[in-house]
Design a protein around this ligand. Structure first.
Ligand code: ADP
Length: 155
């Protein structure tokens, strides 16, 4: 099964939305295989947001992403990268569809509560950036037969 990297940003932590977001993740049937709190710094953000380092708003991203600890998570599921991007909604919370995390819980294009990997390839790179191998647990939950059919479980 695929895995994806999720960050509950300071805008989720400070607004006490961690429980709401985790509840939605679990209600959807996504499997949490890694989760911890950590403090980000500019060095890791320069790597993680390398495509934005030259933008004029990059210092503001660093300020908002280091304003408090974050929760980093690894989720497992069939096509989980695409599924969780869809659950997240578009970057600007004001444009995000109702029903998505950003569309239901934020009003900002910057303080937009969650990060979600955008491809299977990037998810692997991002998981390795934030987690040691022994911090990710590739277990099979007891309710797997009620989450997926037999063929899906082999994906
Ligand atoms: P996404 O998080 O939806 O994959 P990007 O990779 O384009 O979007 O941007 C990463 C993060 O950088 C966004 O989630 C947001 O927090 C911040 N960001 C993106 N564009 C802007 C902007 N124009 N002004 C301020 N912050 C931005």
């Amino acid at each position: 099964m695929e895995q994806t990297l999720v960050i509950l940003k300071p805008s989720a932590v400070e607004r006490c939305l961690i429980g709401e977001i985790i509840t939605r993740i679990q209600n959807r049937g996504l499997i949490i295989t890694g989760m911890k709190m950590m403090q980000l710094d500019e060095a890791i953000l320069r790597e993680h947001y390398a495509h934005l380092v030259d933008k004029p708003f990059f210092p503001s991203i660093v300020k908002s992403m280091t304003a408090s600890p974050v929760i980093v998570m690894v989720l497992k599921g069939v096509e989980v990268v695409e599924v969780f991007r869809a659950m997240t909604g578009v970057t600007n919370g004001r444009k995000a569809a109702p029903g998505t995390l950003r569309g239901d819980f934020c009003m900002s294009g910057q303080a937009n509560i969650v990060h979600a990997s955008d491809s299977v390839e990037n998810a692997l790179i991002e998981i390795a950036r934030f987690f040691k191998p022994e911090e990710v647990f590739d277990y099979t939950p007891a309710n797997i037969d009620f989450l997926y059919g037999d063929d899906e479980q082999k994906q």
